[in-house]
Design a binder for this molecule. Sequence first.
Ligand SMILES: O=C(O)C(=O)C[C@]1(C(=O)O)C=C[C@@H](O)C=C1
Length: 391
Amino acid sequence: MPLATSDLLPSCTGRVAECEPTRGAALSAGLLLGAGRRRNSRRRVPAVRGLPTMVSDKLTITNSDLYVEPSQIFPAILDRSINGIYLSNERLDVDKEVENRRRKVSFCGMPGAYSELAAMEACPGCELVGTKSWGAAVAAVVLGDSEKAVVPIENFYTKRIRILYEVLVKYDLHIVDEVYLNICHMLLGLPGSKKEDINRIVSHPQALVQCERYIREQFPTAGVMELPDTAEAARQLAIYRPPNTAVIASRRCADLYQLSVLDENLQDLENNPTRFVVLAREPAALEGVDPAKCKTSILFALPVDDQPGALLVALDCFTKEDINLVWLDSRELSPGEAEGLDWKYLFYANFEGSVEEPRVQRALEGLRGLAKYFRVMGSHRMQARFLEDFP
Ligand SMILES: O=C(O)C(=O)C[C@]1(C(=O)O)C=C[C@@H](O)C=C1
């Protein structure tokens, strides 16, 4: 593989003569002869249809500056491998790769999805990677392809928690942050299209539900179709250009997919916040965060949950420690899931406070003593207490 001098001298940004450790080897190989020209010699490799493209545009087979003569194989190439330049390059490559992966945050959807907007807010400066589904965004974190994932969890209008917490437990993931976005939906069409000609509306199911009254009143006879995310709907409209069709998506989608805004603020509620959570393999670092401004999520099951009052006794653990419960939800296990277990409801609770506080530790110890199943999914800083609190 041909090498660029810039790769052989990784720490040299100034004149080549200042780079002592590598200078001898490089000079003996005659590799520096083209150094003056090199800056201008970075050519892009033209993409050839059907062939994979090069990862780097520095190491191109067509760059004649990078060749050595056969007589230089020993002095140049062997010398470089012995004096460790390759090795230090490889070390740097590993560092670079690790750093790149640390900066990767997956979100579900295509660029322009609301989840991307939430990820931009939660993880500024990170590389955001869109995935085709919630599962793919979470799997990227499990497999170490991304450091974090940002996923929608509850909406003010549709209310229910939309996440399988057991998945987080199974893969040992933590909730490390939360973001509230006030979702503002746009009606987007192909450039030149008119609102009165629209007879098909496409979007994510949540977006359609959040604009139900608007669609019913403004487009009573339109066909309504669901796609996996709002931005995917916008992307497909831009690619396939079906006639008389509009999508419900963010304003950012209009810019990204060159669509026209046919109408704005379609959501039935003026305030339409959605809560997103940030998932990671490691718990959140909470040093310096005021525990009173934290939230904690737990999952638990009680031994005889058909018995009246069992939940009340469990929740008393929080009352005794003056802990404010923000959210309590339950899921009934399917007969298959419940087989062999002496419980069938899984409770999800979200409360104010951090696991680092003694009062929270006492409450959790109490609950752990009562529960058949108990998991802490993480403490994180609190952006807002309830969806209702978010302007
Ligand atoms: O489809 C998107 O753009 C998403 O980010 C998903 C999602 C959701 O699942 O709730 C996010 C926020 C809005 O409430 C509508 C859709």
